[in-house]
Design a protein around this ligand. Structure first.
Ligand code: ATP
Ligand code: MG
Length: 423
């Protein structure tokens, strides 16, 4: 029997994993810069958490969740998104009582959605997300957006754009909702079964339908922007002016509604504009979720956040032919000739590593020529050759691969040379 990686998942091999490490490090650095701190929540939660928050008319809840009954007969779900678990933790750990508000958190964690596999769409993918909870200041919306853009910029992406919309507050959404029902109702028979179901339950979802996106009524649908009340408009205007002042360009898209129910006010996406990126151009999606903490039993705690998949970031880098800095070269490869030399090589290797020198040696009993080839393949900057003579004299023959020079050196001298070169 042959086993395969499950559909929609992937092994990340060393040829790719170094890129993940670079991106993850970049994310940690940018988050630190903005004073966001890492949170790690469990990989599964009670199913009801997602049903209540993400919304039971959304694609995620109706079709995409990995739900199972555990041995205690409880319904559990592999986390499909990061916001609900973080807000659950915020409430459970009474973070609303922490001295520094808003609480600014981030995570880099795998998410699970049972989706049709296609380029940029996986069943397990890693999301980097931030959540700023406890403030309803539009400046924090601007901060969160700036942070997301900074990560892309640092990674080297150029062809990206920010798309912005406001979903307004509850009152604005109700007014818009009624207009949507009136708009779609007469022709609802022409829409998919899901949309027919959404009409009464959550007509806004119709605008996010992937099946009926080309129906003529989609284009003429009442726009949320026209239904924003004064307060919601003022909030949106403030955010836009903050972004402009910070030199952040944006496009407005009144049909941007996002795939989760809990959003209000700010909704945004960052998209790739690179040619050949493929059908799915959204790199990052986020928005404001005032009311979510109350929904799961906490005190009022307005929040805003986003989620971006690392997989799509890497795809976008590829589409732009932008490359990450790959400083994977080895400092020293230790070549040994004979058993005694091999034992000595291992000793030397550990001394090098204690001194912070990245080094490796042969473990396959290969001839000198093959060992030299390995050193080449691993881009070793130095090669330390140890034979019988060197064992006796307690030295190595140290070759500088770039210069081609060679000299006899003790381990201490060798470490000195290498450290000097780094300065
Ligand atoms: P889409 O419209 O692409 O289905 P969504 O509305 O379901 O996106 P969110 O739930 O808001 O997206 O997720 C935020 C981000 O997570 C997306 O912008 C994308 O980067 C990433 N993402 C979502 N689903 C997947 C997936 N199946 N595979 C890889 N990344 C994903
Ligand atoms: Mg989706």
């Amino acid at each position: 029997m042959k086993f395969k990686v499950p559909r929609g998942t992937q092994d990340i091999l060393p040829s790719e994993s170094w890129k993940w490490q670079r991106i993850e490090q970049m994310i940690h650095d940018v988050c630190d810069l903005y004073r966001y701190e890492e949170i790690r929540t469990p990989m599964f939660e009670q199913t009801e958490l997602f049903q209540r928050t993400v919304g039971d008319t959304t694609d995620i809840v109706t079709k995409e969740m990995y739900t199972f009954t555990d041995r205690g007969d409880r319904s559990m779900t592999l986390r499909p998104e990061g916001t609900a678990p973080v807000v659950r933790s915020f409430v459970e750990n009474k973070m609303f009582g922490w001295a520094d508000q808003p609480v600014k958190l981030y995570y880099i964690e795998p998410m699970f959605r049972y989706e049709r596999q296609q380029a940029g769409r996986y069943r397990q993918f890693v999301q980097f997300g931030t959540e700023a909870i406890g403030s309803a200041d539009p400046a924090i919306d601007a901060e969160v957006i700036a942070l997301a853009l900074d990560v892309y910029k640092r990674a080297g992406l150029k062809d990206i754009k920010l798309v912005l919309n406001s979903l307004g507050d509850k009152e604005s959404r109700m007014a818009h909702r009624n207009a949507l029902v009136a708009h779609f109702k007469p022709a609802i028979d022409e829409f998919c079964a899901d949309c027919q179901n959404r009409l009464e339950k959550n007509p806004l979802r119709i605008l996010d339908c992937k099946v009926d996106r080309d129906h003529p009524l989609m284009k003429t649908a009442p726009s949320l922007t026209d239904y924003l009340n004064e307060e919601s408009s003022a909030y949106f205007e403030k955010l836009k002016s903050l972004l402009t002042a910070a030199g952040i360009a944006y496009e407005l898209d009144p049909n941007l509604v996002r795939g989760l129910d809990y959003y209000n006010h700010t909704a945004f996406e960052i998209m790739s504009t690179a040619e050949g990126f493929g059908a799915i151009t959204t790199l990052c999606g986020g928005g404001r979720y005032n009311g979510l903490a109350e929904e799961i039993g906490g005190p009022p705690a307005p929040g805003i956040g986003f989620g971006m998949s690392i997989e799509r970031l890497l795809l976008a880098l590829e589409a732009e032919s932008a490359s990450l800095d790959n400083s994977d070269a080895l400092d020293v490869y230790v070549v040994s000739l004979g058993d005694a030399a091999k034992d000595r090589a291992f000793e030397v290797l550990q001394q090098l590593r204690s001194a912070g020198v990245k080094s490796d040696m042969d473990y396959m009993d290969r001839k000198m020529k093959a060992q030299m080839k390995s050193a080449d393949r691993l881009h070793a900057k130095w090669v330390a050759v140890i034979g019988e003579d060197e064992v006796e004299k307690n030295v190595v023959q140290l070759k500088n691969m770039a210069e081609g020079s060679q000299q006899s050196a003790s381990v201490e001298e060798m470490i000195g040379f290498i450290q000097n070169e780094r300065i």
